[in-house]
Design a protein around this ligand. Sequence first.
Ligand code: NDP
Length: 265
Amino acid sequence: MDRKLFAIFGDPVEHSLSPRMHNRAFRELGERACYGRYRLENGELLRQKVLDLGLAGLNITVPHKEHAYAACDFLDPFARKVGSVNTIVVHEGKLSGYNTDAPGFLRVVESFGGVRSVVFLGAGGTARSSAPLLREAGYAVTVLNRSAPRLGPFAEAGFETATYAEFTPRAFDLVVNMSSAGLKDDSLPAPEGLLRELLRGARGALDVIYGRKTPFLRLAESLGIPARDGLAMLLYQGVIAFEIFTEGRHDPAAVEAALRAALAL
Ligand code: NDP
């Protein structure tokens, strides 16, 4: 039998760690499959490229998760609810879409222990898919953002929301940088004075950005708060995606161990 082909689609995509993760797990777990990367500039072409390349499955990263959602023939109920797809499997020319970012994020939040209240700094796609899942799991979620427009859907869904300018600071168990502040620049996601108030007494600080120590993580560490970057979230979204790609054939602990080894975690 030929090898099955998988890939990550995004723009940019050259720094993605997904090929390293999935190829390691395919090899260690004896799957005849390989995983590459594809830089897709025009998200409208996603479906056609997937079919032209003969892929068995793919992951999708920035900026194409909404295009991926639109390209699918079938949607997992959670992906349908949040409107964002980061994992697709292909069967007989039909695309089925899933979202593994939010369940991956939930696993990381759970790993902090003793957390009940969580504040998100940022209200983009990752926040949108993660907030309802955290709430279903029993966490109290507050969403703050620098500007008002993206807060609307959260407020409509019943979350406490505010812009940084209008929020009266109080303490939270976990403070999460859900924004891209610090990804390519040296900016904090919110004014420093506000961040200091939010972090006072927090059990942890979490940044969804990985691969660099962001100003947000540096600030949290300087205050003695346990701080983690987004690598564990990358790991867990990958574990769940791998289980979908391989239809649950492998022991989840073995999948996690292979992906951890690929990330040196
Ligand atoms: P979006 O583009 O959908 O949203 C960006 C958000 O960041 C908005 O709320 C925006 O505010 C805010 N923002 C951007 N720049 C700044 C800044 N300089 N200061 C303050 N706020 C800012 O992003 P996504 O939700 O798709 O992604 C967010 C981050 O999550 C990215 O860094 C991405 O790499 C990371 N990510 C990590 C994953 C992992 O596995 N670790 C998985 C998925 C994403 P405004 O509305 O005012 O513009």
